[in-house]
Design a protein around this ligand. Structure first.
Ligand code: FEO
Length: 394
């Protein structure tokens, strides 16, 4: 794929990684990803905004060659994670006059993680500007979306905002722009759930900050460029809000069928009460899909059998992930089965301590569920329906 023109003198020069299927050895990438990098040319100076993952450095070098750049004066680093910064050392070797500009925290990380020499980096402050000659870059510190070092850059004359990981998506595509909004929405929501959700309040703050800017184009560090910014900004406002949906997420695991029978009955009970239900069998679930379901659901009900007194390790792992992602969930409960002793509710409740959620009366049975146990599941479904109505979950 060649370098792409965004405006005269503004090009996308990053790489598409069609084959990557795992990020941070944790996050599934069913649709690959991109490492976006941009060149902004002024009358006097040339800036490169971010680099690419080192595995794709040849793509970046080829694109820079296509543009026939005699030099790069500045390398703007929005964030020190290696998928964007990993090729900085090679660029500094190739372009001797090139100097890195980044946030103070990013400077620290580039020095400690990539051994970039301090005399090649200058920290810039919030609202500081850089003149390129007819083009002005304004830097906007945006910490904690998702690292402490994140910075945006606003290209004033062209009304382009470079947003780093913020507003991005893990989506490999040949389209430069987000033309297929259904696909982009799905990928961007998955990305929000996995990367951004723990920082919802900071996200709202940064959305308010950029609201004051005139923006024609948003250039994130992953996924398509947005030439209709309202689409992605509106989606982020929705996902980062406190509004929950009339949905119950049921991550579960069943060893011998008891929990499965409880989940099946509970699922039917919720459907009968017009509550949307999303059962996830944890032995088969893509963790990204589970994370996405957390963005909107009002309630999470964990389903687990007992293993060595406590919850099944798959349920523990899911609860740990939920706790780390800090969704806006309002209610939590547990349904499960034990043989001779079970402490699943206490353990799961402890694992979900980051959530600002009310713990509803769990349903824990000995062995296979009996009619009175199914009746208890019906009562839990009643409670959830009533609580959702009380908080206005739609
Ligand atoms: Fe895409 Fe946090 O790096």
């Amino acid at each position: 794929m060649p370098a792409r023109l965004i405006r005269d003198g503004v090009h996308a020069v990053g790489a598409v990684d069609w084959d990557r299927r795992l990020f941070d050895e944790l996050i599934p990438l069913p649709d690959g990803t991109t490492y976006n990098s941009y060149v902004v040319q002024g009358r006097d100076k040339i800036a490169l905004l971010d680099t690419v993952d080192p595995t794709k450095e040849q793509d970046l070098f080829r694109h820079l060659k296509e543009l026939k750049l005699s030099r790069i004066d500045y390398l703007i680093c929005h964030h020190a994670e290696q998928d964007h910064s990993g090729t900085i050392p090679r660029i500094l070797e190739m372009y001797h006059g090139c100097h890195v500009l980044c946030s103070p925290k990013c400077k620290e990380i580039l020095e400690t993680h990539l051994d970039v020499k301090p005399d090649r980096i200058t920290a810039v402050q919030d609202k500081e500007t850089l003149e390129l000659g007819g083009r002005t870059l304004e830097f906007i510190n945006a910490p904690w979306v998702h690292w402490p070092d994140t910075m945006f850059t606003y290209l004033k004359e062209d009304r382009i905002l470079f947003t780093c990981d913020f507003l991005g998506a893990h989506l490999a595509a040949s389209d430069l722009y987000a033309v297929d909004e259904t696909t982009v929405y799905h990928s961007a929501k998955r990305y929000f759930a996995e990367i951004m959700m723990p920082f919802r309040s900071n996200i709202r703050t940064h959305l308010d900050r950029i609201q004051n800017l005139a923006i024609d184009v948003i250039c994130p560090s992953h996924g398509p460029v947005h030439n209709h910014p309202a689409f992605i900004i509106g989606a982020y406002r929705d996902w980062a809000s406190d509004q929950v949906r009339n949905e119950v997420l049921v991550p579960f695991v069943s060893m011998h069928g008891s929990v499965r029978a409880m989940v099946d009955h509970f699922t039917e009970a919720l459907i009968h009460r017009d509550v949307r239900v999303l059962p996830f069998n944890l032995t088969r679930t893509d963790l990204g899909e589970l994370a996405m379901a957390l963005v909107d659901a009002a309630t999470i009900v964990v389903g687990t059998p007992t293993v060595l007194v406590g919850p099944h390790p798959a349920a523990v792992s899911a609860a740990y992930l939920v706790n780390a992602l800090r969704p806006k969930t309002k209610f939590v409960s547990l349904i499960g089965s034990f043989g001779w002793q079970g402490k699943m509710p206490e353990t799961i409740k402890g694992l979900l301590s980051n959530l600002k959620a009310t713990f509803l009366e769990p349903v824990v049975v000995r062995g296979y569920p009996r009619p009175e146990d199914f009746a208890a599941l019906e009562r839990l479904a009643d409670t959830i329906r009533d609580q959702h109505r009380a908080i206005g979950a739609r």
